[in-house]
Design a protein around this ligand. Structure first.
Ligand code: ATP
Length: 227
């Protein structure tokens, strides 16, 4: 079974990393691929470049054999469409191997706005992780898909190559990349929300600081960030 977990990872944090480890264990796979997107089609542009986000992600998983970075969306360039990523993977894996994509309820709530979303269940299973405070609306395409294709056990994912949707509750950390970016821009410390090596690299690359071109083009004085 091949499992992918996509995101902007702007920047990667302990919420992502813990989820990846919990998932790997719950799904019973030896490895899981993190897939950073290049240009996310459904949200604002990332606060850091693709190269920066990739470098941070690589640092975060360095030394952890069970996690890998799949760079295909960055190499492909342009908007990152999941259906295209899954087609590429399916071509490599063949027709029989179970392929699983993981999304949080926040991302899955807008599933029917994804390019070519109807093709996705024909290519992969979907594991939907319940994020606290983000309920799926009871009506609408995502809830309908769960009614039609929902399954209850991981074993059912192993029995077919694609087409099933497994809602999962896992222990999650209440951390968001938005909160980290906001802290850094405000000169506050995001320490312990993300790996120290990632935070060091963010400082070395001077990422996520408040924009230098403030009102009237005046440079904004940066607060000192310790730690
Ligand atoms: P942002 O705050 O910029 O929206 P984010 O922290 O939600 O970022 P993304 O890169 O957008 O991170 O998320 C990628 C995937 O990880 C999504 O499916 C999202 O639901 C999930 N995710 C994000 N944060 C967490 C967390 N703390 N625990 C579990 N899953 C998370």
């Amino acid at each position: 079974m091949h499992v992918i977990y996509g995101g902007t990872f702007d920047p990667v944090h302990h919420g992502h990393l813990r989820l990846a480890v919990e998932l790997k264990e719950r799904l019973g796979v030896a490895a899981l691929s993190l897939v950073p997107c290049h240009i996310p089609p459904h949200r604002d542009d990332p606060g850091a470049t693709s190269d920066d986000r990739l470098a941070l992600l690589r640092l975060a998983i360095d030394g952890e054999d069970g996690l890998a970075v799949d760079e295909r969306e960055l190499r492909r360039g342009g908007a990152s469409y999941t259906a295209e990523t899954l087609r590429q993977l399916r071509a490599t894996l063949g027709d029989e191997e179970p392929l699983v994509m993981v999304v949080g309820t926040d991302a899955f709530a807008g599933f029917d706005r994804w390019r070519d979303w109807q093709a996705i269940p024909e290519l992969a299973h979907i594991v939907v992780i319940a994020r606290p405070g983000v309920e799926l609306p009871p009506e609408g395409v995502p809830a309908g898909l769960i009614r039609a294709r929902g399954c209850r056990s991981v074993a059912e994912l192993h029995q077919a190559p694609c087409g099933r949707i497994l809602p999962l509750e896992l222990p999650l950390l209440d951390i968001s990349a938005t909160g980290i970016r906001e802290r850094i821009a405000a000169g506050r410390s995001p320490r312990y929300l993300l790996p120290d090596r990632v935070w060091q690299e963010i400082r070395a690359r001077r990422l996520y600081r408040a924009s230098q071109g403030g009102e009237g083009g005046k440079a904004v004085k940066q607060p000192l960030i310790n730690s």
